[in-house]
Design a protein around this ligand. Structure first.
Ligand SMILES: *[C@@H]1O[C@H](CO)[C@@H](O)[C@H](O)[C@H]1NC(C)=O
Ligand SMILES: *[C@@H]1O[C@H](CO)[C@@H](O)[C@H](O)[C@H]1NC(C)=O
Ligand SMILES: *[C@@H]1O[C@H](CO)[C@@H](O)[C@H](O)[C@H]1NC(C)=O
Length: 329
């Protein structure tokens, strides 16, 4: 390739990214392979699949395709990849500059902002929009006869990709975990293991039966922020509470953490996840388990008038009666 051709090729890439919003594109339309541009609206279908042109046959060089997703109301767009195989000279999926790539753009503060770029052949994690719209842009700059391209499914959803618990209809993002329904299970941040969407608040409410507490064990935790995880440091965070409102007993959690556990004091527990309008992480994945409140000496020696403490005393007494009846046989 001559120097001029190289320069032109570079210009093509730069302009196609810069010219994304305004259609001030310096090249004739036919050079863009624009027949592969497509708009997907939730009014037409709530889910479906998208591919690079000709998939699984190789895409041709200088292909640019836009995939525009338009949902409504509280819908979010989630993209889940099944196959991803783009030409890359080194297979280093971190360095996507000037390489065949797929970019994700979202509306942030009224602007389209590039959130992620994927290249090479490692399967991307799911993508989720922060509102009802999402744009993907595929740049097959070089291509090769060995590169299949990509295949993914899209879904317009209101469940944030959270399939456990019962979603409360009157909240933007709230899920209930009821001991009567399931004593243990999993829960995770929106779109896990993909990046969580921006400007999103999700509540996880745990309701035990009388005499129960909930034990949470976080297997993975990566929430962008710096301790003490407050708005002043522009931190995303996870908050724990024994109440519906804030509980000073627990400090907020953010940053990258090793595995850890948190337990409620009583039957009710709340976990709240909050992301702001910048920077993202993968979020968290955790297990929950409702456990019987332990009969601790303090509970037995200092009985209070609260219901479950009373129950603690009763079960201690019945244990004594049981032991006596065994011994007296
Ligand atoms: C996709 O939509 C069809 C109906 O259009 C529905 O039957 C199917 O369950 C949906 N799939 C998912 C994963 O939601
Ligand atoms: C938990 O489930 C039980 C049994 O289905 C139900 O009676 C109770 O109201 C539920 N509690 C909450 C807080 O949803
Ligand atoms: C969360 O972690 C558990 C245990 O490693 C795993 O079984 C589960 O699939 C994970 N959930 C998600 C959504 O990745």
């Amino acid at each position: 390739m001559s120097a001029t051709a190289k320069f032109l090729k570079l210009l093509f890439v730069v302009q196609s990214v810069a010219g994304y919003e305004k259609e001030t594109f310096g090249f004739p339309k036919r050079e863009r392979g624009s027949s592969c541009d497509n708009t997907y609206t939730s009014d037409t279908a709530k889910n479906g699949s998208i591919t690079s042109p000709g998939y699984p046959s190789p895409y041709s060089e200088r292909t640019t395709c836009r995939y525009d997703f338009v949902g409504r109301g509280r819908e979010r767009v989630q993209i889940v990849f099944q196959d991803f195989n783009l030409f890359h000279p080194t297979e280093d999926s971190k360095d996507c500059n000037d390489q065949d790539s797929l970019m994700a753009f979202m509306h942030i503060d009224g602007r389209m902002e590039k959130i992620e770029t994927f290249c090479a052949s490692s399967l991307p994690n799911p993508i989720m929009s922060n509102g009802p719209r999402l744009k993907l842009e595929f740049h097959g700059i070089s291509g090769s006869r060995y590169s299949r391209g990509f295949k993914a499914t899209y879904i317009f959803t209101e469940d944030f990709g959270i399939k456990s618990g019962v979603q409360l209809p009157d909240y933007p993002c709230a899920f209930v975990y009821n001991s009567s329904v399931s004593v243990k299970g999993h829960f995770h941040s929106p779109n896990f293991p993909g990046l969580y969407p921006r400007d999103t608040e999700c509540h996880f409410y745990f309701y035990g039966n009388q005499g129960e507490r909930v034990r949470l064990h976080f297997l993975y935790f990566d929430v962008e922020g710096v301790i003490p995880c407050e708005a002043t440091t522009a931190s995303d965070y996870v908050e724990f509470s024994n109440y519906m409102n804030r509980d000073r007993k627990y400090s907020r959690y953010c940053g990258q953490m090793n595995e850890f556990s948190v337990e409620s004091d009583r039957v009710f527990f709340r976990v709240t996840f909050r992301s702001n309008d910048r920077l993202d992480g993968k979020g968290f994945n955790a297990t929950y388990q409702f456990i019987d409140e332990e009969i601790t000496p303090t509970v037995i020696m200092i009985p209070t008038n609260s219901g479950h403490h009373f129950k603690g005393v009763v079960s201690f007494l019945s244990l004594v009666v049981l032991l006596l009846s065994i011994l007296s046989r």
